[in-house]
Design a protein around this ligand. Structure first.
Ligand code: 2BA
Length: 109
């Protein structure tokens, strides 16, 4: 068995949830925050048999889009008068960041 941990953009989370339910996969959604952008994203935990991993990865791939997002770098704190206006930088986010991990044991009581 494997645990698939997928970090996706909030904009894709409802569509991905529906697609997983439709394909008969069970998932848990966690509200999470990206360390770099400090913006909300959604983390899915999906427990599946080994032979289902590629199907789940396809569902994720088909429902999560790559998007460009603007980030404004933090202005340096300085007492000097030669301060500058930081220009926004564009970063590419997603479609999804996925980890596939082995599960030692699975129990439901
Ligand atoms: P964030 O950490 O908010 O990162 C958002 C996007 O900013 C990243 O998109 C990447 O394009 C860029 N980025 C992140 N760190 C950077 C850095 N040090 N320098 C330059 N650009 C940087 P994605 O790679 O698609 O990641 C989307 C989200 O997935 C991340 O949000 C984070 O929540 C998660 N993530 C990505 N890689 C991870 C990892 N190795 N471990 C845990 N979570 C990860």
């Amino acid at each position: 068995m494997k645990m698939i941990v997928a970090i996706v953009q909030d904009k894709d989370s409802n569509r991905l949830s529906s697609a997983l339910v439709k394909a008969n996969f069970r998932a848990t959604k966690l509200a999470s925050t990206g360390g770099f952008l400090r913006a909300g994203n959604t983390t899915f935990m999906i427990g599946v048999n080994d032979d289902q991993v590629s199907t789940v990865l396809n569902v994720i791939r088909n429902n999560c889009k790559v998007r460009d997002q603007l980030v404004t770098p933090v202005t340096p704190l300085s007492g000097t008068t030669d301060s500058y206006m930081p220009l926004p930088v564009e970063v590419q986010v997603g479609g999804a960041t996925v980890f596939v991990m082995p599960v030692d044991r699975f129990e439901q009581f």
